[in-house]
Write a protein of this length. Structure first.
Length: 304
């Protein structure tokens, strides 16, 4: 989507619990009323965000002025990164932006990236591009939750962990002056599904039948379908946060496929301090799943 202004069908930045609350309330409305409800949500949530971030910005300016007069250091880091993102999106942009778009929904082999996508920050001068983060595709998600009869909130979180991993890879490589290779990389998708499935089966707070149902519908189904990358989560292990960023970097000598993970990667880098650092960083990302870690957006265009 190439336009200079933020898509009108998208709202954010939001934190994950806000995404979940908004989507669950939308899906409670009968299907024939969802288009109208999506429009209503766009209006009210935009107002809510304006109230929330404008207040934070005002506080921030007041604190800055006070600190100048009182000669004190600022004790709070205002506005928050999400507030800064929001503020940037309110201003007209000077050049057209690629805002990304939701993939078409194909029943039978639905992957996390059909339900949401990570819009890379493509950091320029240490500033991420406007609107970067995880974009949740409301209508694809709603359709999947209904067709697979899975728990909506659980699905949103599991999909978020997958997308979080893409954000983590970028955040790991960027400060080293490296970038993730653009486009589909089977190893990165296998790794993202590995961490998402591990989160689902060991961290998710849900009953075991809901977990099992989602495991089948979102992960095992890709394996049965032979989906490259997504279906190959069992060819990599829990150590992927320590090894995969290096292997999907643009400076990696060759592209490692999931089949080559154990021989090329898993044992070698795990012993290095870099792999250790990356594993710790990933733990931090996961701990921040509910907070202002990666900006989230909801794309409601599928309902128009
Ligand atoms: Zn992915």
């Amino acid at each position: 989507m190439q336009s200079a202004s933020f898509p009108e069908s998208r709202i954010g930045p939001l934190i994950l619990p806000e995404v979940t609350e908004i989507l669950i309330s939308l899906w409670k409305v009968p299907p024939q009323q969802r288009k109208m409800e999506a429009q209503r949500i766009l209006g009210t949530e935009r107002d809510n965000l304006a109230t929330k971030y404008q207040a934070a910005l005002k506080d921030s300016r007041r604190a800055t002025i006070r600190s100048v007069f009182e000669g004190k250091a600022l004790d709070q880091n205002y506005p928050s990164p999400f507030g800064q993102q929001w503020e940037r999106l309110q201003k007209p942009l000077t050049s057209p932006q690629d805002w990304g778009s939701c993939k078409p929904y194909e029943p039978g082999n639905v992957t996390a990236d059909v339900l949401a996508f990570y819009l890379s920050g493509q950091f320029t001068n240490d500033t991420p591009r406007p609107g970067y983060g995880v974009v949740f595709c409301a209508s694809n998600l709603g359709r999947f939750v209904e067709e697979a009869q899975v728990d909506g909130a659980l699905t949103i979180s599991a999909v978020a962990v997958h997308e979080w991993f893409h954000g983590f890879v970028e955040a790991t490589l960027y400060p080293r002056g490296e970038v993730p290779v653009a486009g589909f990389r089977a190893l990165e998708e296998a790794a993202a599904n590995r961490v998402a499935l591990d989160w689902l089966t060991t961290c998710a707070e849900a009953d075991s039948s809901s977990i099992e149902k989602l495991e089948q519908a979102l992960f095992v189904s890709s394996k049965i379908a032979g989906s490259p990358g997504y279906g190959e989560f069992d060819k990599v292990d829990a150590r992927v946060p320590g090894s995969v960023p290096d292997l999907v970097s643009s400076t990696a000598p060759t592209e490692t496929k999931p089949d080559g993970y154990f021989s090329e990667a898993a044992y070698r880098p795990w012993t290095s301090s870099r792999a250790y650092h990356d594993q710790i960083l990933w733990n931090g990302f996961l701990a921040g799943l509910q907070g202002e870690t990666i900006p989230c957006y909801i794309e409601l265009g599928g309902y128009s």
